[in-house]
Design a protein around this ligand. Structure first.
Ligand code: 5GP
Ligand code: ZN
Length: 114
């Protein structure tokens, strides 16, 4: 755990949140500022700074995150489609420096985004 990381604090239970899913390596919760009717964040429990810090050593959890996303898409009734986004770095708008995947559903999305 990185003591100054907001999402590490969330995993440690130090910040109130709406938990959606948890297992040994992955945590999912509702975004505090939803950009779609359904907007959850899926994160590794291990602190990985961003998509740019995924390596051969830590990438297994990323595959598992996508298994969890597929499972949640069924449980949360996202059959009309959903968008998965990971902002990486300042120009992409990353504001929390702990790898996270936004999963958004329940409205139409434009492309390219922003
Ligand atoms: P980013 O901007 O890094 O791509 O995404 C960070 C996300 O974290 C934002 O969508 C923001 O709304 C969400 N967020 C920031 N602080 C909190 C918090 O304390 N609780 C929850 N549930 N979400 C947060
Ligand atoms: Zn962290």
């Amino acid at each position: 755990m990185m003591s100054d990381c907001l999402f590490c604090k969330i995993i440690a239970g130090e910040i109130p949140l709406k938990k959606v899913y948890e297992d040994e390596t992955v945590f999912a919760f509702a975004d505090i500022d939803p950009q779609a009717p359904t907007h959850i964040l899926v994160i590794p429990k291990e602190h990985i700074g961003s998509a740019a810090e995924v390596t051969e050593e830590n990438s297994a959890v990323v595959a598992h995150i996508f298994e969890v996303i597929a499972k949640l898409s069924k449980e949360l009734d996202m059959k009309d489609g959903f968008r998965v986004v990971s902002n990486c770095g300042e120009s992409a708008g990353q504001s929390v420096h702990h790898l996270h995947f936004h999963v958004m559903s329940g409205r139409e999305f434009t492309w390219p985004a922003g």
